[in-house]
Design a protein around this ligand. Sequence first.
Ligand code: HT7
Ligand code: ZN
Length: 866
Amino acid sequence: PQAIRLSDYRPPAFLVDEVFLTFDLQPNTTRVKAKLSVRRNGDHAEPLRFNGERLKPVSVAVDGRALAEGERTIDAEWLTIPDVPDAFTLETEVEIDPENNKALEGLYMSGGRFCTQCEAEGFRKITFWPDRPDVLSRFTVRIEADKAFGRLLSNGNLMESGDLPGGRHYAVWNDPFPKPSYLFALVAGELDVLEDSLVTMSGRTVELKIYVDPGMAPRAAYAMDALKRSMTWDEQAFGREYDLDLFMIVAVRDFNFGAMENKGLNIFNSSLLLADPATATDLDYERIESVVAHEYFHNWTGDRITCRDWFQLCLKEGLTVFRDQSFSADMRGEAVQRIKDVKALRARQFAEDQGPLAHPVRPSSYLKIDNFYTATIYEKGAEIIRMLKTLIGPEAFRAGMDRYFERWDGQATTVEAFINCFEDASGRDLSDFFAWYEQAGTPRVSLASRYDEAARTLTLDLRQETPPTPGQPQKKPLPIPVIVGLLDHEGRTQAFERDGQAVDETVVVLDAAQATVTLTGVDRPPVVSALRGFSAPVVLKTDAPAKDRYVLLASDPDLFNRWEAGQGLAAELILARAAGRADEVNEERYAEAVARALSDQAADPAFKALLLALPSEPDLALQMSPADPAAIHEAREALRARLSVHLEPELRRLHTGLQDLGEFSPDAAGAGRRALRNAALELLAANPRHDIADLAQGHFQAAGNMTDAMGGLSALMQIGGAPFEQALADFYARWKSEPLVVDKWFAIQARDPSEGALGRVLGLTAHPAFEGKNPNRLRALVSTFANFNPARFHDPSGAGYRFLADQILAIDGFNPMTAARLVDPLGGWRRYRPELGALMKAELQRIAAKDGLSKNVYELATRALG
Ligand code: HT7
Ligand code: ZN
């Protein structure tokens, strides 16, 4: 297959100013008529070439005249008309089969309803079109369907609706904002609605409607609340007001991704929209809040201003993740949010950056753009925006954003144009900064410090190096903002001077391979707190002794670094044990430090819950070379068992004292208390005594909400045996008619690290509730197993790898996008013990050699093989 390259970008040969679409909806034979006002873009004589895939053509006409076969060609990917006027009307009619569209791209059916997914290149499966984001058109859409499909929805404003003969009805929608085809949406079916409204900052009333499965409207209440908070937040934080009079969200069960920002008609995976205390966990609530915000924020960063081409994907995604993270920090607390965001970044993006699938935040070539909806483009893209704000300061950052909205509203643009707005606003040359977009890999930063008591100076020696990544053997230094503060050895904040100014904290910018910075006015021997708030997406190594990290863990006013110090100490102890060098003295010391942190009455329970969790096994695997998942699992469990014994009285006290007494509230305070209580139980369960099994069983049985039920189930899973089996059976019996809860039931079994769990996972693919075509169910079992159960996935027999490869090949037959997202866990094969790596590689080879493989899976499997 042919790679698409950024350097080959050319403006579109033809533009479409206006389109009128008519959908005659039938599950197997939907007719789509399109009437387009087309104009030649520039002075050229190229033929018209529009995308079109899996379309059954009925007719093609130019300016009202039907074209004969010889006047146009249609192959598997293109409609070509050699000879067209400079401006004309193109009319096409095609037939499509939504019912049999299991790739879930274009127009398809989910739960008996019609719905669409057009990003990135799904619109070409609906009608012939220049399916690229720099063609912006005004859409009018007429939908006709049987009245059994009660709601007929599309983007923009409802212009007209009514009955048709034969038990059918219709609706006409008009979207006044020109948009690229990837933002088109249509939904038709039986749906209940939750309605509300919001008065915007200019005093306009916007109607808000969330459409869900019949009977589910009460479960959309939290999403509605999150939507209203997001709309108001975007006005306050960025001065952005919503622009239509109606904003709609629809929940669907079959969806390849989390959600989609179609203009005025967001479509959501129901797992990220529906919640009530009985069926959703606090984590579900948290995700719903952030994804509702994310999709809403796209209205400005993505919809009003869109991408010139798909290489610019981070322009909308990285920026919008930065915006949703900022919103969540305001809603849930900055430190806790930052820790969670960094954990996710390290787990997904750092792993990607260390393997054969590493790529720049703005890649320069691809086979299938669907493969680039990655942690690098989303999460590292957001980190770049965060660094930009740190480097130029919050005022210049906001001014740059204002400039961007002013300059590019209604257009499709590039990352260069975006950065240029900040150069103008700050008066700074950001050309070096741009390398963050073009260079893949996670920089390694080392920090050595020297204190001179007589001179009262602290000299910081900083160095950076980025390891090679595929296609980029040589790396250049990047501008890395390192936020630094000082404590003394009693844990008190120590002021110092930078450029003659007394400060508590400073931003050191490391913009060369090596730099030396001297801080003055340092009165006492310091403990250095560096990279505060995780001010850059790098791996930092310092020469500080372990005792300094105990000071930071106890006292750093930067809560991110307080948590980070604990994680670093724990990682060292686990990795030493995994290498056969268990350090029991320091394990005890660590347990004591955690006990002290837990007893801090002033600390937020959500923060304490994070402190209590040890670094994850995948995270530890990134720090061990070659990685030995079995040794890591054993060592981590051993440290957990030690902590469990040492902290038992405190953990029991937390478990008893934090019980929910009043009514359930999904807010950050309630969620934080539940998180700490469940974390305490989880740690107690590392010591599988009978009385602790009883405690976990009691917790599970008494659970008044899904968070506690899952907490109990997870603790029982660790203990194993009959109580776990009984709880699993009870859980399934109670929730078998709730698909989102059944997903959790599959996922918990996929996470089980015990010996027999792989056999159970294999068996679950034959369970009557295993819906093999539903991405949520597939992810719950297959992706959870491969990503979150390293002990069993890396079974020395290779059976875990074989299971994943078999699933990828089977899923690729009907849904290449979902299949391709499962390749990633095999991609790290070079980092593991050679005998494991060889088995992983063999499975990748088996996948790559399969006849008829999709472009999506082919691209990732071959890249992963390197
Ligand atoms: N912008 C949306 C991306 C998306 C997507 C991409 C590929 C295939 C299916 C998809 N569904 C949604 C989601 C977002 O980032 O907001
Ligand atoms: Zn997005």
